[in-house]
Design a protein around this ligand. Structure first.
Ligand SMILES: [Zn+2]
Ligand SMILES: [Zn+2]
Length: 105
């Protein structure tokens, strides 16, 4: 691109051709950027869905032990899924801690 703006009266055919070529390149780049953005959005959606599935699996439940009602245990970490004891399967578990991020609400 030229640094100074030309007017219709002063531009020649070669310069006009360069401008059209520039325009074509920018449209091509814009198209590639849009494709990248769509691809990234799809990947982000898949990753968020995977994290949501992990959170659904490793969800907390209230401890069955009467002495520690306020603590939680992880349903997903308990192979039986029935223990209800935070001392053996505390929540948040290592899996939940591993997927925790600062941006996660
Ligand atoms: Zn867990
Ligand atoms: Zn407990």
């Amino acid at each position: 691109m030229t640094d100074t703006r030309r007017t219709a009266d002063t531009i020649n055919d070669d310069e006009l051709g360069e401008l059209y070529a520039d325009l074509d390149r920018y449209e091509e780049v814009q198209g590639e950027m849009n494709e990248n953005a769509i691809d990234l959005a799809r990947r982000a959606a898949r990753a968020e869905a995977a994290v949501a599935r992990v959170r659904e699996l490793h969800r907390p439940a209230e401890c069955a032990n009467a002495r520690c009602k306020q603590r939680q245990w992880c349903i997903g970490c308990d192979p039986d899924g029935l223990k209800g004891d935070c001392s053996e399967y505390p929540y948040p578990c290592p899996t939940i801690l591993a997927i925790a991020t600062e941006t996660t609400p």
